[in-house]
Structure formats: structure tokens, C-alpha cells
Design a protein around this ligand. Structure first.
Ligand code: FES
Length: 116
């Protein structure tokens, strides 16, 4: 089983309502992620995949999508990102091991204490 330094999931879900991440830049963000990890020679150590809708697209503007990043901290961080944010996320979170607080999806809340 391969070991990865990170996992980047990009939401590129397209729906007829035009309001989902794939309608608003998800494909462009995913392409930029692939281009950026290639530039940094991380293709074999960072896994990139699409993710399904996590009901966060209402927080994304027209050129943004939801991006979930697992780095060396082993925790998933939800971002709202456009293609211009990808370089920062890869450099800071994947390479540097630091969350990019300015791009974190503050609206994503998980209540671990009240799980059934
Ligand atoms: S379509 Fe991306 S979070 Fe819903």
C-alpha cells in the first residue's frame, strides 16, 4: 500500500442548479492542484482526488470550490479556494505543515461532542 505525505480532495460536483462547486470553479481548482504538485515534484507523495458534495458550496463564490486537505497533522482541513489560492495551500499546508487560516472554511463546523 503506498504511503502519501498528503491528500487533497477537490469538490468538482456539477449540478443543474449551477450552484455547486463544479459549476463554480472546481475543475479549474483541481487542474491547478495537479499542476502545482507536479511543479513541486509531489506527484508520487500527494494523492489528489475529487470529493462528493459536503454541503459547503453555498459558502463558495463563483470561482471557488471546497477543498479538503490532509497534511502531516493527519487532520482534514476544509478550505474554500480558487485557483489562485492553490499555490499557497500546497506551499503552506502540504510542504510547510501549517494551515492557511485565511482560507479555512469557517462555516464548516463538526460537533464531535454531540455525535450519536
Ligand atoms: S458541491 Fe462542493 S460542497 Fe457541495
Amino acid at each position: 500500500m503506498p504511503t502519501f505525505k498528503g491528500h487533497i480532495m477537490v469538490c468538482d460536483v456539477v449540478r443543474d442548479d449551477g450552484a455547486h462547486c463544479g459549476n463554480k470553479g472546481g475543475a479549474e481548482v483541481k487542474a491547478k492542484v495537479m499542476q502545482t504538485i507536479s511543479k513541486h515534484k509531489l506527484r508520487s507523495s500527494v494523492y489528489v482526488s475529487s470529493t462528493g458534495c459536503t454541503s459547503q458550496h453555498r459558502l463558495c463564490d463563483m470561482n471557488q470550490c471546497t477543498m479538503i486537505v490532509y497534511g502531516s497533522d493527519g487532520e482534514g482541513t476544509w478550505y474554500v479556494a480558487n485557483p489562485d489560492d492553490v499555490e499557497t495551500i500546497v506551499q503552506e499546508h502540504i510542504i510547510g505543515g501549517r494551515k492557511v487560516d485565511a482560507l479555512v472554511n469557517d462555516g464548516m463546523k463538526i460537533d464531535l461532542e454531540n455525535q450519536g
